[in-house]
Write a protein that binds this ligand. Structure first.
Ligand code: NCD
Length: 310
């Protein structure tokens, strides 16, 4: 039986079965093929996506918008809460109850952990979580999986190094929940203050995943098939001096890449600040801008699946 995601909210990497991940990737790949033939499709004609961005975004918002446009649908929304009724004191719940009267699906980003879950409790249309504070970012994780599959040809049995701010990084919190279905060996490369939250590591280990925690980037690069760099999340630090002390903890430059295991694939959810030197950009395995494009295909898949159009 084909897996259906119709009517489902996409809130966390944890909610996904392996079969559901594969279904999203398969549909994303199908749209990628279809868009080779024509600039847009008409699958979502007449449908509307609402984009509610209470926190800054370039890629997540624009890829959701381009995804809906390429599917033939249209988009309404806001990207600055200061221009919405939130500025007048409206609760998130009331904003969601309102926007549900206009649209068929909502993509949202909000600074509070758990905000997408709160929205889903009252929503009458599917909610796609585009990042809830330092919590989860499942749509990013799916596009990351689509990219690893495209770059590597398969997802099973890889060694993946996750580097940077693993404590506050919602992209890595979501990604490990998907990678765990593929017997991935995980290297967590972070300063000890920014290591992966212990409840996440413990639950992965319980699931049978091998994890190594280290602060040695060059050692990790000698073992990794994929390295996933992340930005130190300045906006999550209460103490700016602590951010300043950690902000340049890991910088991937061409000299380091040249000593890595051959065939390395380099990913980054972007934006980068200093984590990847620009001399890495013309390395063949530097996949972060291809990853950006896969964001559109993965989000096309999610929109079409949760609205039941496919
Ligand atoms: C990430 C995010 O917002 O969590 N960006 C993104 O969605 N591509 C990563 C980050 O901001 O560092």
């Amino acid at each position: 039986m084909t897996i259906s995601l119709k009517g489902k909210h996409i809130l966390s990497g944890k909610q996904f079965s392996k079969a559901e991940i594969e279904r999203v990737l398969e549909v994303g790949e199908q749209f990628r093929e279809e868009l080779k033939e024509k600039p847009s499709l008409d699958l979502m004609k007449g449908y509307i996506l609402g984009t509610l961005f209470f926190e800054p975004s370039t890629r997540t918002r624009l890829s959701f918008e381009s995804a809906m446009e390429r599917l033939g649908g249209s988009v309404i929304g806001f990207s600055e809460a200061s221009t919405s009724s939130t500025a007048k004191g409206e609760t998130l719940q009331d904003t969601i109850l309102t926007v549900c009267q206009y649209v068929d699906v909502i993509a949202m980003r909000h600074p509070q952990i758990g905000s997408a879950d709160l929205a889903a409790e009252v929503a009458t249309v599917p909610i796609l979580n585009g990042g809830d504070g330092a919590g989860q970012h499942p749509t990013q994780a799916l596009l990351d999986m689509l990219t690893i599959k495209s770059e590597k040809g398969a997802l099973d049995g890889l060694t993946v190094a996750l580097v940077g701010d693993l404590k506050h990084g919602r992209t890595v919190h979501a990604l490990v929940e998907l990678l765990k279905h593929y017997r991935t060996r995980l290297l967590f490369v972070a300063p000890s203050l920014l290591q992966m939250p212990s409840e996440i590591s413990a639950s992965l280990r319980e699931y049978g995943i091998t994890i190594e925690e280290t602060a040695d980037l060059s050692g990790a690069l000698r073992q990794a098939d994929v390295v996933y760099m992340t930005r130190i999340q300045r906006e999550r630090f209460a103490d700016p001096t602590q951010y300043d002390a950690l902000k340049n903890a890991f910088i991937l430059d061409r000299a380091l890449v040249d000593q890595a295991k051959p065939g390395l694939t380099i990913l980054h959810p972007l934006p980068r600040v200093n984590e990847i030197a620009t001399d890495v950009d013309d390395f063949g395995g530097a996949a972060y801008f291809r990853q950006v494009k896969n964001g559109m295909y993965a989000r096309m898949a999610l929109i079409a699946l949760v609205t039941g159009r496919i």
